[in-house]
Write a protein that binds this ligand. Structure first.
Ligand SMILES: [Zn+2]
Length: 189
């Protein structure tokens, strides 16, 4: 039970993180946070203390929203594309998704610079693709395999601070606390 996730809000009630029950309890013991939502009837007990199982805590002295740069990463390409295959347009769970190089390594050097993005590993050369479409595409260029992009890839200016699965948010009672900086998705675990 101490490993269960707890939504952490800053002192302005903005969600900033997800911690574990054990961290949430330590923060409460140190008087740095309070549980504002607990699971009724479930308790974490030690020899001397018992705590209602926290689901949402708020920090007392932290009002900031930690800055989050949009880091170029495989995961962020998948989030940018909304967990949607950029070829067939369908959404998939994380384990069914890959990141495809539009211009693959094997073809990169043969193309003149004006026919390719600045870098092979870049926001402009990579898209989220389902395993099926990725294997159809293989090492070919788009016009050689008959696949079309549903949207041109781009460098995102903003990504949500937290990405949380809808199932988890419902199960732990977080929905009412989620604001503009949190993205709730259907499929991610
Ligand atoms: Zn696909």
């Amino acid at each position: 039970m101490v490993d269960l996730p707890v939504l952490t809000l800053n002192s302005g009630m903005i969600p900033i993180d997800i911690c574990r029950v054990r961290d949430a309890i330590v923060l409460q013991l140190l008087n740095k946070a309070a549980a504002i939502k607990v699971e009724q009837g479930k308790w974490i007990r030690s020899q001397y203390l018992s705590f209602a199982l926290p689901r949402v805590i708020t920090l007392f002295n932290y009002h900031k929203i930690p800055e989050k740069k949009v880091v170029y990463s495989r995961l962020n390409i998948i989030y940018r594309d909304d967990m949607r295959c950029m070829f067939c347009g369908k959404r998939f769970s994380m384990d069914q998704l890959t990141v495809d190089h539009l211009i693959p390594q094997s073809r990169w050097d043969a193309l003149p610079p004006n026919k390719r993005p600045l870098s092979i590993n870049s926001w402009e050369n990579q898209v989220c693709a389902c395993k099926g479409c990725n294997s159809i595409k293989g090492d070919r260029l788009l016009h050689e395999c008959g696949l079309k992009l549903i949207r041109k890839p781009y460098e995102p200016k903003y990504l949500p601070h937290l990405v949380i699965s809808k199932r988890k948010a419902e199960e732990y009672g977080w929905l009412e606390f989620l604001g503009y900086n949190v993205k709730v998705v259907d499929l991610i675990e």
